[in-house]
Design a protein. Structure first.
Length: 628
């Protein structure tokens, strides 16, 4: 059982190096000053070749090693819990590491990043939590290993490179984020969820200290799992709460409503909710927000985001990320966190993660429909359905046969590739999108290879659980958590994720896939477990979220057009995208594809604004595009 530990209200970070030719202390200070909430009095540890700084003041040292942790560790052993309470997590980490080495990572849970460094720089260990809530970037340089919680701090070390990685730019345009383990700079890498790096005598190895083993579809005690879920939710919310100054995001969906409801039970004095609305049909969910607020007696606060807000904040949002980031809902999160900060909130509880551990995304049901085709007898597929779909003359003009043909064509694409069927980079010839030199410098199959590696890594019998595990990396660690972490930090608010508490994640692994989603009903188990707790309207509502109506506003708001189109046209000189593709994207958006092309326009716009915020010369991006 994990012990309840109330986490610090502040966001923190780690940086340092293990180098044979180590720079002086001013370099470490310049790195450390770019960590979140670093203060001049925070401790530094520096030896002949190793160095470490942590803005959480959680550093321990002995004659040979330094250790730092950027968030509380939830120790499993009761004796270590007591020792950590007396000496601090970093001291206990150092103590356990002397005895167990890398196996120390099995001794605790939590949302953390950590680093252990030998004072002489000969060895180091880096690790991040199971879900990747806390980040860690690193670079292997000619001098040794350099690492930091954010890329801005990493680049203060003189041995790191400022050259951009063309593959990272391609993968960004594919995913709207730069996915781990890539970094936007040529020598930079990022740890993936549940991954560690062990550096020793100039050589680095990475491995996963935890890979989930999902339950099969054997019968399960739904009542016992339901009781465990309710206990786990309360414990998770308690673990994320400071003594005062808390609140919660509320979108009106299952997870944010659950977190707010449990918060009201656990600590009514901090039961404050913060919500964003849009005065655009199909995007506004304030009605559901108010249902949840009434049900749980929340001190509710709302703010309607306007096109003016987008125009004012878009450049700020771009530069707040240490790598290009193209999820437009970041702007809504930023305004919601600012609203909370104005009301005295220092820590926000977020509902992120419930869909990815309890099967709530629509694509899970859709892909299961395609999976049915592969379960049909081979003779039925080859001798009946496929000849009917593809062999009837003029079948493409017959609606039922046309639909059958499209279904079979998609069903033939294996998972996880099938999830990206509607990605723009699969729908058009790449030669029509990218400049030839850039296309030559990258591997277009790399994004799919990353997905396949994650999809096949987990121990699961069912495609549903493999998709969930895939989303833990690509939807959560690479995208949603990065989105919320950065925007909350920009607003001066820390964030906690109760739905991703280790106890709840481990519970979700034990729930059989057919209980998570029954007959294509998303979140079957979760909805039934919470049906007496959540309002029925919220149980029944379709999934939505903090989606920004940027594509709609771009059609009608001149100021947004000016910002977006100027960024897109400036971007064509970078050597990545063809100018003909950019103009066609603008034309298609104006015609009848506002949402689809609006998303890609936002992605390219944010890349260009991020490059401008870093003053990256166009000659540098053009040169990088030609390298491989």
């Amino acid at each position: 059982m994990l012990t309840d530990i109330r986490e610090s209200a502040s966001t923190s970070g780690i940086c340092g190096w293990a180098c044979t030719d180590a720079p002086q202390e001013p370099v470490l200070r310049s790195m450390a000053h770019l960590l979140p909430n670093f203060s001049a009095g925070a401790p530094l540890a520096r030896g002949s070749g190793g160095a470490l700084a942590c803005s959480a003041r959680a550093i321990a040292r002995d004659s040979h090693w330094f250790a730092a942790v950027d968030a509380p560790l939830h120790w499993i052993d009761d004796g270590l819990v007591r020792r950590a309470a007396a000496e601090g997590d970093a001291a206990v980490l150092l103590h356990v590491f002397r005895d167990r080495g890398v196996d120390t990572l099995q001794a605790f849970r939590g949302h953390y990043a950590l680093a252990l460094v030998r004072a002489d720089g000969a060895e180091a260990l880096l690790a991040v939590d199971r879900i990747g809530v806390r980040p860690m970037s690193y670079a292997l340089t000619s001098r040794g290993l350099v690492f930091a919680s954010n890329v801005n701090a990493l680049r203060q070390h003189p041995a790191t490179s400022s050259a951009l990685n063309p593959q990272a730019i391609y993968d960004y345009l594919y995913f709207n984020v730069v996915p781990s383990p890539l970094g936007v700079y040529a020598d930079q890498r990022k740890l993936e969820p549940a991954q560690y790096l062990h550096y020793r005598n100039g050589r680095a190895t990475t491995a996963y200290y935890w890979v989930p083993r999902f339950a099969d579809d054997a019968p399960a005690d739904a009542a016992a799992l339901t009781s465990e879920l309710h206990r786990g939710l309360r414990a998770a919310v308690r673990r994320g709460l400071p003594q005062t100054g808390a609140g919660a995001f509320l979108s009106g969906g299952l997870d944010s409503s659950t977190v707010c409801g449990v918060l009201a039970e656990v600590d009514r004095s901090q039961a404050r909710s913060f919500s964003i609305g849009f005065d655009v049909p199909g995007y506004d969910e304030i009605g559901y927000v108010r249902i949840a607020a009434r049900r749980f007696g929340l001190d509710a606060h709302e703010y309607y985001v306007t096109p003016r807000d987008v125009a004012d904040a878009v450049a700020l949002v771009a530069r707040e990320y240490d790598e290009p980031f193209g999820n437009s809902s970041a702007l809504a999160v930023y305004h919601c966190a600012r609203l909370a900060k104005r009301h005295g909130v220092n820590v926000l509880l977020a509902g992120d993660g419930g869909d990815e551990i309890f099967a709530g995304n629509e694509r899970y049901a859709k892909q299961q429909i395609f999976e049915l085709y592969g379960r049909l007898p081979r003779a039925v597929r080859r001798l009946l359905l496929e000849p009917l779909a593809f062999g009837v003359p003029g079948g493409g003009r017959i609606a039922p046969l046309r639909k059958l043909r499209r279904y079979i064509e998609q069903a033939r694409v294996p998972l996880p590739q099938r999830l990206e069927t509607y990605n723009l980079l699969h729908m058009l010839p790449l030669g029509d999108i990218f400049e030839p030199e850039f296309l030559h410098a990258v591997d277009p199959q790399h994004p799919i290879e990353l997905m396949r590696a994650s999809y096949e890594r987990c121990d699961a019998h069912d495609a549903l659980d493999r998709m969930l595990y895939l989303d833990w990396k690509f939807t959560l660690a690479d995208n949603d958590l990065r989105k919320v972490n950065h925007m909350c930090a920009a607003a001066g608010v820390a964030v906690r994720y109760p739905m991703l508490d280790d106890e709840l994640v481990e519970l979700s692994i034990r729930i059989p896939p057919r209980l998570k989603m029954r007959r294509f009903e998303l979140r079957h188990f979760y909805k039934r477990a919470l049906r007496d707790f959540l309002p029925p309207e919220i149980i029944a509502k379709p999934k939505h979220g903090f989606g920004l109506p940027f594509g709609e506003w771009l059609r009608t708001v001149p100021e947004l057009k000016d910002i977006a189109y100027a960024a897109l046209r400036a971007h064509t000189s970078r050597g990545y995208l063809r100018s003909t593709f950019v103009e066609e994207m603008i034309r298609a958006h104006r015609a009848d594809h506002a949402g689809f092309y609006g998303s890609m326009i936002w992605t390219v716009m944010m890349l260009e604004l991020w490059l401008q915020s870093r003053a990256v010369p166009r000659t540098q991006t053009s040169a990088a595009a030609g390298e491989r």
